[in-house]
Design a protein around this ligand. Structure first.
Ligand code: AHR
Length: 659
């Protein structure tokens, strides 16, 4: 990109650049000279429980702190009514049940409805929909039966917008589960949930839960369908989970351990979310990982949306921005065993130990796991020596599993250079590169992979997002400027699909009232969701990934910023289409002429999908979710040539049938 164009894009000297752009750019596309195969995995999604992405987000549970295991056992709950000392007690059975030790004991003596109760505030309220069924469940045991529970959804004015009741049956020391469903009578984004106790008796309560019935695929205890749909709509090639830094944990005691996230939900031991305390400027004291969304559900989600699963496991190191704890090498074995067991859990026969667990959870068929990451943003020789032990053990037992290794936190610098060299020496399968950089970096690096080694390790562009301000700044915006710079950069990934085999924007989800990190691809509140301009860029790449890269050039050169333009091209052998991606990063409309060579005939009409906006600062929002979203139009094709206007600051996808 010329300096004047770059200055214009970053908003300094648009006048100068504009004058020099009144011209036609003539692109040459060589359809019969494919240079690389586009992997089906090329465009995927990165899931992490950050910004209330899982609990309070895609995991549809409405009750916060349902099992009283948060640091403060009654966080999220307010006790109501006329209480006597000891009426409601938090009990801890640590020795008997260390994975879910706390429960509530409620003693009720001659209570009428409204006398004694408790309210759950939800995750920044509860999103409730008029007419929808809500499913309440509770685990209980009662020494002295006789307690009736009145359940109420209330709006901020205290008006009841849904109610049910439950009279737990039986007495004894064993825990039982009882459920009841009721419908809501109003839509409310900020509802709360009351439980009133009536009668005489004593009851122990745990796992107090409320789910909407319209979860993804209507699975009880499942995920928010609108959020999953946003992912499904992208047809992602892979889904990476569970992160991100939560894999590493602040220290090793709170690292992500997949075995603790499977089986009955009441047995899954919650831990504090690493993002709870990470940023002093964005504290989220009520952020925990209940693991209602655990590894089984992640695999199931991947299968549902047709994506390859990419689990990332802890490599024996805690987050190096935090404690940087490492496990001594001679004690790494359990960590490695976790990795081996995960492959068995995903792929093993139902007669294997972990394959049986998967089958018992309802999925006897293997998930057909093909790849796995070892470590997230880990670096230094301490990472390499651990990775080597993992690699040896995994490859010995499962030679076909592709391993993803970390190249640290940055796409350049000493740490990156060291790891990139070491990993390539090790013949690592896939190296995970991360880039959280300013938009200009994305433009300047559109040719990053043009000169990468063509053989050896492949690249996973595992986390990227243009930062309108700077990394971890709360002022970062998902505006058109960042989206366009990413679109330009991604032409370089696509052009080099023989080197870059996977790519994902990060982070994925953010709750408008519960986020720690911005920018993020998809934002939600308790009822709504919207895609950012960055989402539409990813989606356009993913839905138009094609099967083979073909050259598109300006004056015999790759299009990497000449006249402020960036471009890549693919053909899709299945749909017999030519797909051009062209990004105009200038503030002027410009004319693109595409001379298409090496093809017999093209359809007389093609389509052009345009992502553009009114200005570079423009954003989407919950109220204006589609301000910047793809618009489609027809374009005419004259023999082997297409002419089209490229709007200022636009990402354009041109699709033409080859006949
Ligand atoms: O995407 C947010 C964080 O950025 C991820 O957890 C981490 O891998 C990176 O530093």
């Amino acid at each position: 990109m010329r300096k004047a164009d770059l200055l214009c894009f970053i908003g300094l000297t648009c006048g100068i650049a504009a004058e020099s752009l009144a011209q036609t750019s003539t692109f040459t596309v060589k359809v019969n000279q494919p240079t690389a195969t586009v992997q089906p995995t090329m465009w995927g999604v990165f899931f992490e429980d950050i910004n209330m992405g899982a609990d309070g987000g895609i995991y549809a549970e409405l009750v916060k702190n349902r099992s009283f295991e948060f640091y403060k056992p009654l966080m999220g709950w307010t006790l109501q009514g006329n209480r006597n000392e000891g009426d409601i007690l938090v009990l801890n059975r640590q020795e008997a049940k260390s994975n879910n030790p706390r429960f509530l004991r409620v003693k009720v003596a001659n209570r009428a409805k409204g006398d004694l109760g408790m309210t759950n505030e939800g995750f920044r309220g509860m999103g409730i929909k008029n007419g929808l069924r809500y499913d309440f469940s509770v685990m209980y045991r009662q020494a002295a039966p006789g307690v009736k529970m009145h359940l109420e959804l209330v709006n901020p004015k205290g008006e009841i917008i849904g109610k049910g009741e439950i009279s737990p049956s039986g007495s004894g020391t064993d825990w039982k589960k009882q459920s009841v469903s009721f419908s809501a009578t109003a839509t409310e984004p900020k509802a709360k949930f009351n439980i009133w106790f009536e009668g005489n008796g004593s009851i122990d309560l745990d796992m107090i839960s409320l789910f909407p019935s319209d979860t993804w695929k209507n699975r009880p205890g499942g995920m928010r369908a609108d959020m999953v749909q946003m992912l499904a709509d992208m047809k992602p090639g892979f889904i990476r989970f569970p992160g991100g830094c939560i894999v590493e944990g602040h220290d090793l005691s709170v690292r992500y351990q997949w075995k603790k996230t499977i089986g009955p939900v009441e047995e899954r031991e919650l831990i504090v979310n690493r993002w709870n305390t990470e940023f002093a400027h964005r504290p989220t004291p009520d952020y925990y990982q209940t693991f209602g969304l655990g590894f089984f559900e992640y695999f199931q989600l991947a299968e549902d949306i047709g994506a390859e699963a990419l689990p990332i496991l802890n490599c024996g190191m805690a987050c190096q921005f935090n404690t940087a704890e490492v496990v001594p090498l001679d004690q790494l074995e359990p960590y490695i065993q976790d990795a081996l067991d995960l492959i068995e859990f995903a792929n093993g026969d139902v007669n294997t130990r972990w394959g049986k667990v998967r089958a018992e959870m309802g999925h006897p068929k293997p998930f057909n796991l093909k790849m796995m990451g070892v470590g997230n943003e880990n670096w230094g020789p301490q990472y390499v020596e651990r990775l080597k032990l993992f690699t040896k053990a995994i490859k010995e037992k499962y030679p076909n599993i592709q391993l993803v290794s970390s190249s640290g936190t940055d796409p350049n610098g000493e740490r990156f250079e060291y790891l990139n060299t070491e990993l390539r020496k090790m013949k690592a399968d896939i190296i995970d590169e991360h880039y959280y950089r300013r938009p200009e970096w994305f433009l300047e690096n559109a040719a990053r992979y043009d000169n990468y080694p063509r053989n050896g390790s492949k690249v996973f562009a595992g986390e990227y997002a243009a930062q309108s301000d700077k990394t971890v700044s709360v002022n970062n915006k998902n505006n058109l400027r960042t989206a366009i710079s990413e679109a330009a950069f991604l032409t370089g990934l696509e052009r080099n699909a023989d080197v870059v085999v996977m790519a994902s924007y990060a982070p994925l989800f953010a709750h408008v009232e519960g986020w720690q990190w911005t920018p993020d691809m998809i934002w939600v509140d308790n009822l709504r969701t919207y895609g950012t301009p960055n989402y539409y860029v990813q989606k356009l790449y993913s839905l138009n990934k094609g099967t083979n890269v073909v050259p598109i050039q300006l004056d015999g050169k790759n299009v990497t910023g000449q006249n402020g333009l960036y471009a890549s091209a693919v053909i899709d052998k299945n749909t017999k289409e030519l797909i051009l991606k062209v990004v105009n990063t200038t503030d002027k409309e410009t004319e693109g002429e595409f001379s298409i060579q090496g093809v017999n005939r093209l359809a007389a009409k093609g389509t052009m999908i345009v992502l553009a906006g009114n200005n570079l600062e423009e954003v989407n929002s919950l109220d204006n979710p589609l301000s910047i979203s793809p618009k489609q139009k027809d374009i005419s094709v004259k023999k082997q040539s297409v002419k089209s206007k490229l709007a200022p600051n636009s990402f354009n996808v041109i699709k033409i049938k080859m006949i």
